[in-house]
Design a binder for this molecule. Structure first.
Ligand SMILES: [Zn+2]
Length: 278
């Protein structure tokens, strides 16, 4: 592999009330006490990085192909995934002439269903034996989905089936490890707020420059600001603002471009796979 490439793999869209992404996105007033909710269609992505020494690295693996039907009813009511068979990781990799066996490393930013549903593809692959996850996020999701029998959908975006795939092994990354280099020009960055721990990436591309992939620590540019605006659903609101501050400092230091994970406005400007950034 000659130089680093970044492919943005589209995983279709989730529809939801914008108020989940941006707190108080549309508020009432005396002259308009009952404004209608703003229903939006936000994109989902997985990212494939081809790196000269690290090989093919995935950040996130998108929803499971059955999530349209198998997600609990409340999730389908509030956050329906609009994808079909062509919007899965397997299909997007095939579109690039790749199979799961061609992937060297899988990093899951956090264990919400729209980011980890494709893990089943790696059950019998080498990359499935060392999936990098944030330890605190994984533990929290595991407990949320396995605490009490009869509990509906374990809270947040965690889905039990994604923690029970035979044949996978995880390499938990402790938050205390901080940010660290995976390979030259490819850095794991530790964020939070959205869940107890979110893994992101910062990478250097020869022509595009530095890119930051913050995953759901920063949903969209409206959250980043300035000024930063918290989402309507957040595990730790102070952690959210700390993540924004951290990414802003990194951006200033490196003149980086931030690619947001669920931004319908930025999506229109992005080159999606099979096109790539290098
Ligand atoms: Zn998400």
């Amino acid at each position: 592999m000659p130089q680093t490439r970044l492919y943005i793999l589209p995983m279709a869209h989730i529809e939801n009330d914008l108020a989940w992404n941006v707190a108080a996105a549309r508020v009432g007033s005396v002259d308009n006490p009952h404004p209608p909710a703003e229903w939006v269609s936000v994109p989902c992505f997985a990212y494939l990085i081809e790196h000269p020494s690290a090989g093919r690295v995935l950040l996130d693996v998108g929803p499971h192909p059955d999530d349209k039907e198998r997600l609990p009813a409340d999730v389908r009511r509030y956050f329906p995934w609009m994808g079909g068979p062509g919007d899965t990781l397997e299909a997007r990799l095939a579109g690039l002439g790749l199979k799961p066996a061609d992937i060297d490393l899988v990093i899951v930013s956090h264990m919400h269903w729209d980011h980890c549903g494709g893990l089943y593809l790696f059950a019998n692959e080498a990359a499935g034996k060392q999936i990098m996850v944030g330890r605190r996020d994984f533990e929290y999701g595991l407990l949320s989905t396995h605490k009490e029998a009869g509990q509906p959908f374990g809270g947040g975006g965690y889905f039990k089936e994604n923690f029970e795939i035979p044949g996978l092994s995880f390499e938990p990354i402790d938050p205390e490890m901080g940010d660290y280099s995976l390979a030259p020009g490819l850095q794991l960055i530790q964020l939070g707020g959205h869940t107890p721990q979110v893994l992101g990436l910062m990478l250097h591309l020869e022509h595009t420059g530095t890119v930051i992939l913050p995953s759901d620590a920063i949903y969209m540019s409206r959250n980043f600001g300035p000024p930063p605006v918290a989402p309507g659903i957040v595990y730790d609101s102070l952690g959210f603002f700390q993540s924004v501050q951290k990414v802003r400092q990194m951006q200033k230091a490196t003149n980086a471009w931030i690619i947001y994970p669920h931004d319908p406005e930025q999506e229109r400007q992005l080159k999606l796979a099979p096109a790539y950034y290098d």
